[in-house]
Unconditional design. Structure first.
Length: 591
């Protein structure tokens, strides 16, 4: 798959173009998108069963994303007069809606192939159209050949190496998936760093929180370490926090009760709301409890208690079983969740996600469109936090020949591999630290996006870091003009949780993200309690005002791909970002 360095703003600029409905229509089929080579680890088995069903998602170019982006930065800039003036669902949709002509052209094209408008499912802004079709019909209208592809892990997906559209639709339709997207279960799997359990009684933490944090992480430890002891939420009728769950990761209430009984007795009788998205389940069978789901809910909801918590369970497990009679799994749960949440009137103000893919395994067009949808949530006042990944600058393998350190284009060159959606400039990427005093966790995902240009809010901090790098350091291994990750960080090792009835120790940046999210939820509580708006998109605030409210981490690195990786240093760095939270200091800058 081609590793594109195509600037995101150029893709956005197409959205302003009005399709030429009145111009002569060129029905010549031309390739819209293709995978340059067979992706690493995948073997083509044979043609996909033609009678099976596949759900196509058709993205139409948006009319005014540039206008929406401009407003996002205005309402997220603490020095702008419109700071905090978040937009309504309807206002956001007006910006991202496609031109009416686009809708008409796509409907006409589908009807010409016997697909009636009544079968189409549209996103709230109508910028996405989805339809379930037999594979043989999808192949005909896209000029494509769908195959079964098997990964070395055993996962099987149905994908096409390329697809085509009539020439007259190329400036109307931005992308169609599932076609060329070969992201798999590994990429969407929990970003975890399991560790051995330690049977030492946790009650010791209440007497010496700072020293005990070096050996284990609990709610009490986090609140002491990050200066949040004694804060009592006051706006629980207005405020909420949410956790996304993918890949059939289930959050278990019995484990949560056990966790609270041990670490937060006041919360023992509390729980969370579980919401099914696209048929997602949240089985309460103890044997079905997920490590990731339990980690996320126990720490995020525990830190923010008694702020109401929501857990979204999004259906879909990546492998497709060719013998299964169900429709082909599209392996695109972000879009299912985004469709659901953007159609909601009331959205939790803070949302944490601990899943991601290697950026290069996600087609650029798809990544940019998903990223735009995160911007829509930011405009509506939602703070989105994503784990930065546990592969350091690659996949954690020190060997530069590792496939996790090499491009999946025709050049097959050694390169640092960032994670998506963490690399999206409209979300807050959370890296990892460990120990007391804190140092960078050596697995903390960090680096620079190959897809997204560095946003203006990062210019000063990231530019300073790059200016201090010795000349030509890692030349060719990363994109110096790319969006830098992570933005911030938090503890990421030795978290004490309950899983399937037993206490275990676990970690990873997937632990850091819900910790930071829990503290952001408390900041939102403080603002809402005083009649102010929630924080929304966090990054402009953090990069402008965070220097005195974040604990700068200056020791450690994230080695990989045959290199020492990047180093933690004074100011922003691509291991720990701007640093870890000081809740008390953050409270002062947000009130």
């Amino acid at each position: 798959m081609r590793l594109s360095l195509f600037p995101l703003f150029l893709v956005f600029s197409y959205a302003a173009a009005v399709p030429g409905a009145l111009a002569p229509r060129d029905h010549t089929m031309r390739v819209k998108e293709s995978a340059a080579v067979t992706p690493y680890g995948w073997t083509r088995l044979g043609r996909a069963p033609p009678e099976r069903s596949i759900r196509l998602r058709i993205a139409l170019f948006q009319q005014d994303f540039a206008g929406l982006e401009a407003k996002l930065y205005e309402i997220s800039d603490p020095d702008h007069p419109r700071y905090g003036a978040h937009m309504s669902k309807e206002e956001v949709e007006r910006h991202v809606a496609p031109h009416p002509t686009s809708l008409a052209l796509v409907d006409e094209w589908l009807v010409a192939h016997g697909i009636q408008e009544s079968r189409l499912v549209r996103s709230p802004a109508k910028d996405w159209v989805s339809v379930t079709l037999p594979i043989q019909l999808a192949e005909r209208i896209l000029g494509a050949n769908y195959y079964l592809w098997q990964h070395t892990s055993g996962d099987v997906l149905v994908r096409a190496a390329s697809y085509s559209l009539p020439q007259y639709l190329h400036n109307t339709i931005e992308l169609i998936q599932p076609t060329t997207m070969f992201a798999r279960g590994k990429g969407m799997a929990p970003i975890l760093y399991p560790e051995d359990s330690d049977p030492t009684p946790l009650v010791k933490l209440h007497s010496k929180p700072s020293s005990s944090c070096a050996s284990r992480i609990t709610l009490s430890c986090i609140k002491h370490l990050y200066n949040a002891v004694g804060y009592k939420p006051r706006a629980t009728h207005k405020n909420a926090i949410g956790i996304t769950g993918f890949l059939e990761e289930y959050a278990n209430r019995r484990d949560l009760t056990s966790f609270y009984r041990q670490q937060l007795p006041a919360a023992v009788h509390s729980t969370f709301k579980s919401v099914s998205v696209y048929g997602g389940r949240n089985s309460q069978n103890l044997s079905a409890a997920g490590e990731e789901a339990n980690l996320d809910t126990q720490f995020a909801f525990g830190i923010a208690y008694p702020t109401p918590g929501t857990f979204w369970s999004v259906a879909g497990s990546p492998p497709f079983d060719p013998d299964d009679r169900t429709p082909v799994n599209t392996n695109e749960p972000y879009l299912d969740w985004l469709d659901y949440i953007l159609n909601s009137k009331n959205i939790p103000q803070t949302i944490s996600t601990s899943y991601g893919d290697d950026e290069q395994t996600v087609p650029f067009t798809y990544a940019s469109r998903v990223c735009k949808r995160f911007a829509e949530l930011g405009c509506r006042g939602v703070s989105l936090l994503f784990a930065s990944g546990d592969g350091a600058v690659g996949d954690g393998d020190p060997d530069p020949a590792s496939k996790g350190c090499r491009t999946n284009d025709r050049t097959n060159t050694t390169r640092f591999i960032p994670a998506f959606p963490s690399s999206c400039p409209y979300v807050t990427s959370v890296g990892g630290t460990s120990g007391i005093p804190e140092v960078a966790a050596n697995f903390s995902g960090g680096g620079f996006s190959d897809y997204f240009q560095r946003p203006a809010y990062q210019d000063r901090a990231v530019g300073r870091y790059l200016s201090r790098l010795p000349h030509k350091t890692y030349e060719g291994l990363f994109n110096r003009a790319g969006r830098g990750i992570p933005d911030v960080s938090a503890q990421a090792r030795k978290f004490q949780i309950f899983w399937r009835g037993m206490p275990i120790s676990i970690g990873g940046t997937s632990a850091a993200a819900p910790v930071f999210a829990g503290l952001v939820a408390l900041l939102n509580d403080a603002r809402l309690a005083e009649g102010r708006r929630p924080l929304g998109f966090l990054n402009p605030l953090f990069y402008k005002r965070g220097a005195d409210a974040l604990n700068d981490i200056v020791v450690g690195s994230n080695p990989g791909c045959g290199t020492p990786g990047f180093n933690a240093t004074k100011g922003w760095d691509p291991v720990t970002g701007l640093g870890t939270p000081d809740f008390g200091a953050l409270l002062e800058i947000v009130l």
